[in-house]
Write a protein that binds this ligand. Structure first.
Ligand code: NAI
Ligand code: DG6
Length: 529
């Protein structure tokens, strides 16, 4: 068995007055250290702050299901087939030899976290991140879902052309047992017209309230039939166009519910799925870029205290950008332009060849450097108060994103990026990147991570100083940011795109839940006598 697929019992025990273990819970006290900065006449006055919190994690990992919208697509079918390959330990022949199944590419299954140093030697100790808190093992996920295409799952896997033939051959009988995806909601206006031929498995009618109730009943039935404690509902269907934000229609919780009742044309299928999940009290994650989470949906999630997260999987080109742009800006180098092209030949690429759907993807791919630029106004001119146009937003590198559909390359996406920067005393630097990979094999582990992390976050509660009861986390799960191109965050708070910062937040949060300090690279003992 590949090490990333191995199950491990609880290996970490924290011995400290701040951490308590019972049969049911791990409870840990955490000191959140920060600083208040007062800015006056260009002077910064900084006051260190400390707030005390306690985190309580339920130890029992419930039986967890994932219901994918777009189950029969490349990501959906690849996720099912690869879990089945891992679960049944199916290895397959390739031209390079025998390949074992694994979970490479999953942060939670294939990466480690530093938990401290060994006394005496001072050597750093790293453990699998999945050892820090009890998490569901991907092999145990129960999967199901919907698709507007009625292809049975074994045929859907073949249509996707992602996996090696010998793996497909062996996993096919298992995939066949999954049958067909459930019929889904199809509003042709939201996805590209070129998808119409696929839509042969749809819930009849145009009554959006009836569609909402239908989806809610599907979630309830799936949960009951599989005796699940938790169902994560996951949008991995085609990218939709943006919904128009219309006051009185999708701006408040009550308005979005009324808009569904009135079958308003601006309510998208993904929004119906999100609302259904929220009303069922099950988390909803959006793996695509469209604005499923219109303000009314976020307000509804807050009101119902139901978890949501997204948007759009950060798998390849954008993930690298969220590292490289930060590296350049933090190195004091000034990117002047970032030009990103990619071409791909899978059904996602086909759908994105239509302008409104491309627009959704362009928005999510483009916002990824904004916070890094905002953080360095030595390099980029700050926004000019009261100004109009570009000056109002502050200086920003030119940033373009181009996506082209090239059927021949199938799922193997080619991404080409040029970073053109200003360096010392008027010099110029050009970095070119050519990134080629199977898109669905980068995306699928992220779907697993998002599902596993979401399930965990539903089991963690917190209380602040003076609070007697533990409360669930805020409904918008911004800790999912690492896997998302356009992270959804609590309204009014800053989006963090830097991959390093997103990872640090995740590690620090998990460690806080067992009473350990976040990652520090101070390594004082290596710097003093
Ligand atoms: P795909 O086109 O192979 O699969 C999408 C599936 O959704 C299709 O089977 C389609 O029939 C189905 N579908 C469309 N509308 C539906 C609806 N209303 N209800 C139920 N099913 C519906 O696409 P793929 O490659 O699996 O990607 C899925 C989504 O994930 C796309 O939106 C894509 O942009 C997004 N994404 C993919 C990444 C990747 O690396 N593969 C990374 C980031 C995001
Ligand atoms: C082409 O850009 C198709 C898209 O769906 C991407 O493959 C996907 O969003 C992944 O994007 P990135 O920028 O993270 O590689």
């Amino acid at each position: 068995i590949h090490p990333t697929a191995v199950r491990r019992p609880d290996y970490i025990t924290v011995q400290s007055g701040n951490t308590a273990y019972t049969d049911n819970h791990i409870t840990a006290k955490y000191l959140d250290r920060g600083a208040d900065v007062l800015i006056s006449d260009g002077q910064f006055t900084v006051k260190p702050t400390v707030k005390t919190y306690e985190f309580q994690t339920t130890r029992k990992v419930g039986k967890t299901g994932i219901m994918m919208i777009g189950m029969g697509g490349n990501n959906g079918s690849t996720l099912c087939a690869t879990i089945l390959a891992n679960r049944h330990q199916i290895s397959w022949h390739t031209k390079d030899g025998i390949q074992q199944p694994n979970y490479i590419g999953s942060v939670l299954r294939a990466s480690t976290v530093r938990i401290g140093t060994e006394p005496g030697t001072g050597k750093e100790v790293h453990v699998p991140i999945s050892d820090v808190l009890p998490m569901v093992h991907p092999n145990d996920l129960v999967f199901g879902g919907w698709d507007i295409s009625g292809f049975p799952m074994d045929k859907a896997m073949e249509r996707a052309k992602v996996l090696e033939y010998d793996l497909q051959r062996q996993v096919k009988p298992h995939m066949a047992l999954l049958g067909r995806p459930l019929p889904s909601i199809y509003y042709p206006d939201f996805i590209a017209a070129n998808q119409e031929a696929r839509a042969d498995n749809i819930i009849p009618g145009t009554d959006k309230q009836a569609h909402l109730e239908h989806i809610r009943a599907d979630i309830r039935r799936f949960k009951a039939e599989n005796q699940l404690d938790r169902v994560v509902v996951f949008w991995t269907a085609n990218t939709e166009r943006y919904s128009e934000i219309i006051p009185g229609v999708n701006d408040t919780a009550d308005n979005i519910l009324a808009a569904i009742k009135n079958s308003h044309s601006e309510v998208s299928p993904s929004t119906i799925f999100a609302v259904a999940s929220i009303l069922e009290g099950e988390p909803f994650v959006n793996g695509a870029p469209q604005n499923t989470f219109v303000p009314g949906v976020i307000a509804l999630a807050e009101r119902e205290k139901s978890f949501i997260g997204g948007d759009d999987l950060k798998s390849g080109q954008t993930k690298l950008k969220s590292v490289l742009a930060e590296f350049l800006v933090n190195a004091g180098i000034k990117p002047l332009s970032i030009a990103s092209y990619n071409h791909l030949g899978n059904n996602d690429g086909h759908n994105l060849s239509a302008e409104p759907q491309f627009k959704s993807k362009e928005i999510s791919k483009s916002s990824v450097v904004d916070d890094m630029v905002d953080a360095n106004r030595l390099l980029y001119k700050p926004p000019v108060p009261g100004a109009k146009g570009k000056a109002a937003k502050g200086e920003h590198p030119d940033h373009i994103v181009v996506i082209k559909y090239v059927p021949a390359v199938g799922d193997s996406k080619r991404a080409i990026d040029e970073y053109y920067s200003e360096i010392f005393c008027g010099g110029r630097q050009t970095i070119n990147i050519f990134n080629e990979c199977e898109d669905s094999l980068l995306a699928t582990p992220l779907i697993l991570d998002l599902t596993i992390l979401t399930e965990l976050l539903t089991r963690i509660k917190y209380r602040g100083e003076g609070q007697t009861d533990f409360a669930p986390l805020y409904p918008v799960l911004s800790l999912l940011s690492y896997m998302c191109k356009a992270p959804l965050v609590k309204p009014g708070t800053d989006v963090v795109n830097s991959l390093g910062r997103q990872r640090n937040a995740l590690d620090s949060f998990l460690k806080a839940c067992i009473g350990l300090e976040g990652n520090s690279d101070l390594l004082l003992e290596t710097r003093i006598w």
